[in-house]
Design a protein around this ligand. Sequence first.
Ligand code: DX5
Ligand code: ZN
Length: 247
Amino acid sequence: DYKFFYSHSCYNPETRSALIISINNRVIKIAPSLLSADFAELGKETQRASSAGADWLHVDVMDGHFVPNITIGPVVTAAIRPHTKLPLDVHLMISEPEKYIEPFCKAGADMVSFHIEASGGHSEKLVDLIKKFGKKAGVVLNPATPAVSVGALIGKVDYVLAMTVWPGFGGQKFIADVLPKIKELRLMFGNGFDVQVDGGLNPQTAFECARNGANVIVAGTAVFGQKDLAAAIKALRDNALKGMKSP
Ligand code: DX5
Ligand code: ZN
């Protein structure tokens, strides 16, 4: 007796069809990860993803300490900013996130997420700090971190991100063991809330994640690794929608 609540349908001139974009107040969003873009052409790559139908742009920040890789800092984030009107979704995979929230907010992030494992028990303060700058706050869980560890942030954060690979590198294999936790997070945070997944997402795994309650799909390889970005984003969205509708 699970009933879908269809709302906000819209007309898509490209496919000439009415699209159902929201079920149970959940909207599928595709967030290409710039980690898999050509770093020598970040401006162009940002524009390419934006005009291919992305909803958010995912910026992976790594410090070589919390994760074994180093990527983008506030300077590069600021350089990307003028190339898109889409929200910049900054994923901090760093130790001591409190030190860098301000620089990333000032660099033009619209949303900032930090890892619960790196929060040193001060997650509520980190959320307040992000919100002080008028940005959306998200909390991230590594594959082995249980859903209950972010329970105190219900009603405080704007989105939650379940890692479906161990953070650090693009192109890794999706960890299916995380699926029950995605379901749990959806139940904990409720329907009109953004539950994001990141790592190893392709149309098939996006289907599985959406079926278990995720509505924001981050994808690096499955977008920038493809020739036709618009087709890649559409395939992710179509499959996630199917997953969302699937019991
Ligand atoms: C991993 C990053 C991801 C990464 C995903 O540490 O947080 O955002 O870019 O890449 P794919 O989609 O290739 O697994
Ligand atoms: Zn990420």
